[in-house]
Design a binder for this molecule. Structure first.
Ligand code: SF4
Ligand code: SF4
Length: 429
C-alpha cells in the first residue's frame, strides 16, 4: 500500500505483545486490555510489523520518526522480533529520514544480550522503578505476589554497565508520594539516573451512589503537587543541567512561550496514537477502548486514520471541554487542564469535569513560577538555565515576566483569552 502523508507529525506507540506481561503490577492500566482480544496469542505477526513500519515511515512528515515500543512487557516479543524491526526500519526509510527507538520495560527480562542489542541500535530505554525497595514493591509485584525490586535494580546496573541510554519512569502513588526527596535522591544517587519521569496514579472508582472517587493507591491533587514541588526544590538547588525531570522541562518550555513537551500539558491531544499487536489503531494509550478504535493498519491508510475527523475531534475535545476554572486559570498556559483521563467530575453541576489533580497543579505551578521566570530569562539571553542555581528567585522574578515584549493590550500568548496586561503581563505578578 502506498501511503499518503499525514498533515502533521505524529507519534506511534507500538504494542508488539498487546497487554501481555510477566508481572502483575496492581495499578497497571493496561492489563485489562487483554479482554479486547479473547483467544489472541498477543504476538505481532511479521506482516503487521512490516506494514506498521512502512506505513509509519511513509505517512509521518516528521524529520525524525520515533518508534515507541511498549506493553504489557514489550521484551516478551523476543530479541528476534526487534532484530526484524530495525532491519525493516533500515529497509523502509526514505533517504535522509532519521529513525530512533524507545522502549519502556519493567526490566526483569533484560540480560547482556538484550543490552548489547539495545546499545548497538541506540534504543532509549525507559525503566519502570518506583523508588527505594518499599516504595517500589508496594504495587509492582510478580504474578505470584512476589517483590520485583532486586530484579529491576539488577537491570539498572546492567543498563549502566553496558552503556545503554535509559531513563526512569516512576509512578507516584500512596506508597511514595510522602517521600519526594528520598525518592528523587535514590534515583539520582543510588541508581545514577539522569532522566526522570514522575507519573501520578489516578484510578477512578465509581461509588454506589454514582459519584466518582479514586482508589486507595491513587494520589490526591494536593499530594502530587507537593511531591513535585519538593522534588523541584532539591533539583533547582543543585541539579539543573545534570538531571532532567520531564515535568520541569515541559514547564520551562511553557514559560518560554512554546508548546509543552508533554502531551498532558499540551493544548490538544490526538498526535500520539497506539498500534495494538494485531494492527488496530487507537486514539491514545489511555483510550484503548472499542469506541476509540480508528481502524486497522492492515486495512486502511495510516494517514487517513490519523487525520480522520474522529481523531481530530478527540484531539480538540481536550481544549473545547475545559471547565470554566481552567479558562480563568493563570496557569492555563502551562497546564492546559491536564490529561482528559484525569478529568473525573465537574466542580459544579452542569460544567465539564475538572481535573482530579487541579489543586496540586496550581500549587506546583505557583511554587515554581519565580524560578521558571528566571530560567526562561536566562535561556532568552542565551545563558544556560543552570545559572539559576547561582541566583535568588526574587531577582529573576522581577527581571523576567513570561512572554516579555508582548503589547499590553494584545491577547496573552498563554492562550487564556485575556489581555496580556490582565494575565502574564500583570504588574507585580
Ligand atoms: S488523553 Fe492524556 S495521555 Fe492521551 S494524548 Fe491526551 S493528554 Fe496525552
Ligand atoms: S491548574 Fe487546574 S484550573 Fe488551572 S489549568 Fe490546570 S487543571 Fe485547569
Amino acid at each position: 500500500m502506498n501511503q499518503p502523508r499525514a498533515s502533521l507529525p505524529f507519534h506511534l506507540m507500538i504494542k508488539p505483545v498487546g497487554a501481555d506481561c510477566n508481572l502483575a503490577c496492581e495499578y497497571c492500566y493496561y492489563r485489562g486490555k487483554r479482554a479486547l482480544y479473547p483467544g489472541s496469542d498477543f504476538r505481532m505477526a511479521d506482516e503487521v510489523l512490516e506494514q506498521t513500519t512502512r506505513a509509519y515511515l511513509e505517512a509521518n512528515p516528521a524529520p525524525e520518526v520515533v518508534f515507541g515500543w511498549q506493553g504489557g512487557e514489550p521484551l516478551l516479543a523476543g530479541l528476534d522480533f526487534y532484530r526484524r524491526a530495525v532491519a525493516l526500519q533500515a529497509e523502509c526509510a526514505a533517504p535522509g529520514q532519521r529513525i530512533s527507538n524507545t522502549l519502556q520495560t519493567n526490566g526483569t527480562l533484560l540480560d547482556e544480550e538484550w543490552c548489547g542489542f539495545l546499545r548497538a541500535h541506540g534504543f532509549l530505554v525507559g525503566l519502570s522503578l518506583d523508588g527505594p525497595r518499599a516504595a517500589h514493591d508496594a504495587y509492582r509485584r510478580d504474578p505470584a505476589g512476589g517483590p520485583t525490586f532486586d530484579r529491576v535494580m539488577q537491570a539498572a546496573r546492567l543498563l549502566k554497565e553496558t552503556g545503554v541510554e535509559f531513563n526512569i519512569l516512576a509512578t507516584v502513588h500512596a506508597a511514595n508520594v510522602g517521600r519526594p526527596v528520598e525518592v528523587y535522591r535514590f534515583f539520582r544517587d543510588e541508581v545514577g539516573a539522569r532522566f526522570l519521569q514522575f507519573i501520578p496514579i489516578v484510578e477512578p472508582v465509581t461509588a454506589a451512589d454514582g459519584g466518582v472517587s479514586v482508589s486507595a493507591r491513587s494520589v490526591s491533587g494536593k499530594e502530587y503537587g507537593r511531591f513535585l514541588a519538593r522534588v523541584f526544590d532539591e533539583w533547582v538547588r543543585r541539579d539543573v543541567g545534570t538531571v532532567f525531570v520531564q515535568t520541569f522541562d515541559s514547564a520551562l518550555a511553557s514559560w518560554l512561550g512554546g508548546p509543552a513537551a508533554l502531551c498532558v500539558f499540551a493544548e490538544e491531544c490526538g498526535r500520539a496514537l497506539v498500534v495494538e499487536h494485531n494492527g488496530d489503531l487507537y486514539a491514545c494509550d489511555h483510550f484503548v477502548r472499542p469506541e476509540y478504535r480508528l481502524g486497522n493498519i492492515m486495512e486502511a491508510p495510516l494517514a487517513r486514520m490519523v487525520d480522520s475527523e474522529r481523531q481530530q475531534a478527540f484531539g480538540r475535545a481536550k481544549r473545547e471541554a475545559l471547565p470554566p476554572a481552567c479558562r480563568e486559570c493563570e496557569y492555563l498556559f502551562a497546564c492546559r487542564g491536564g490529561c482528559p483521563k484525569n478529568r473525573l467530575a465537574p466542580q459544579y453541576p452542569g460544567e465539564p469535569p475538572s481535573n482530579h489533580l487541579c489543586e496540586g497543579y496550581r500549587y506546583f505551578f505557583a511554587h515554581i513560577d519565580a524560578r521558571m521566570r528566571q530560567m526562561a530569562d536566562l535561556v532568552r539571553r542565551g545563558r544556560p538555565a543552570a545559572e539559576v542555581m547561582q541566583t535568588s528567585p526574587a531577582a529573576g522574578a522581577a527581571a523576567a515576566p513570561p512572554y516579555a515584549g508582548t503589547p499590553r493590550n494584545a491577547p496573552c500568548p498563554c492562550g487564556s483569552g485575556r489581555k496580556y496586561k490582565h494575565c502574564h503581563g500583570r504588574r507585580g505578578r
